[in-house]
Design a protein around this ligand. Structure first.
Ligand code: B12
Length: 210
């Protein structure tokens, strides 16, 4: 089995120790970080996601896989976040109120930090007031909102509207599996990205406008 398959299988099995070891070995053998992330960690999480969808596994298994994925992400984070890059701007990001999913948001954060942005992570289940407070405190170029549930998409809309009412020039990027470019435009967000790499592109474009 290749190291990337070992990482993938480790995530599927929710085996944090194995994922940490395999990821460390992949790094020491010089494998590309993008491959470790996409073909190892994310590939494993996608398998678990598909099994969760058809009730083959349940929340505890998904949580164990998520934890295993985090241990792998922690190993590659220093490689993604290259030190010493001049800050390109500040981004405030969080998962909207009612939503506890943070794996995708954390990946976006890693990529943004790697690209040289300072990121203020508000975490999960973030109420609108907290986004507004952080906007006033940190004066970010872009505010990022994440939602993984169709039931929290209306909350995303509310947060966009209230942020806009608070500050008409705020640049807002949205994302998360159920979010689409069309939905982003409908709720008045300035940008949408389907994955962490395109999140960096959209943030760069919005920062240039801010
Ligand atoms: C892991 C997971 C969980 C974990 C979360 C652990 C954690 N720390 O995040 C746990 C077990 C807690 C969980 C709970 C629940 N979950 Co859940 N979960 C998932 C699962 C399997 C994977 C999500 C994930 O991490 N994907 C991997 C990441 C990398 O992808 P991503 O989040 O989409 O992020 C990428 C992009 O979207 C984008 N992006 C993300 N955020 C942002 C933000 C910005 C600004 C930008 C630009 C881009 C961007 O970039 C990211 C990186 O590439 C999905 C299934 C799936 N395949 O999506 C279900 C899923 C999202 N969950 C679902 C459900 C129903 C639930 C529960 C309600 C289950 C329950 N009955 O209790 C609860 C809700 C809890 C809550 N209130 O939030 C449903 C949602 C259905 C729907 N249409 O709303 C899904 C789709 C599963 C399913 N098919 O039924 N879940």
């Amino acid at each position: 089995m290749s190291i990337l398959d070992e990482i993938k299988e480790g995530v599927v099995a929710g085996n944090a120790k194995k994922v940490k070891e395999s990821t460390e070995r992949a790094v020491s053998e010089g494998l590309a970080v993008a491959g470790i992330l996409n073909d190892g960690l994310i590939a494993g999480m996608n398998i678990i996601g598909a099994r969760f969808k058809v009730n083959e596994v349940y929340v505890p298994e998904v949580l164990m896989s998520a934890r295993a994925m985090h241990t792998g992400m922690a190993v590659i984070k220093p490689l993604i976040v290259s030190a010493g890059i001049a800050e390109k701007g500040t981004i405030v990001i969080g998962t909207v109120k009612g939503d506890m999913h943070d794996i995708g948001k954390n990946l976006v954060i890693m990529m943004l930090e790697g690209a040289g942005y300072r990121v203020v992570d508000l975490g999960i289940d973030v109420p609108t007031e907290r986004f507004i407070q952080a906007f006033d405190e940190h004066k970010p170029q872009v505010v990022g909102l994440s939602a993984l549930l169709t039931t929290t998409m209306p909350q995303m809309q509310e947060t966009v509207e209230e942020l806009r009412a608070h500050h008409d020039k705020v640049m807002i990027a949205v994302g998360g599996a159920p979010v689409t470019d069309r939905f982003a435009r409908e709720i008045g967000a300035d940008g949408y990205a389907a994955d962490a790499a395109s999140a960096v592109d959209i943030v760069a474009a919005l920062t240039a406008k801010a």
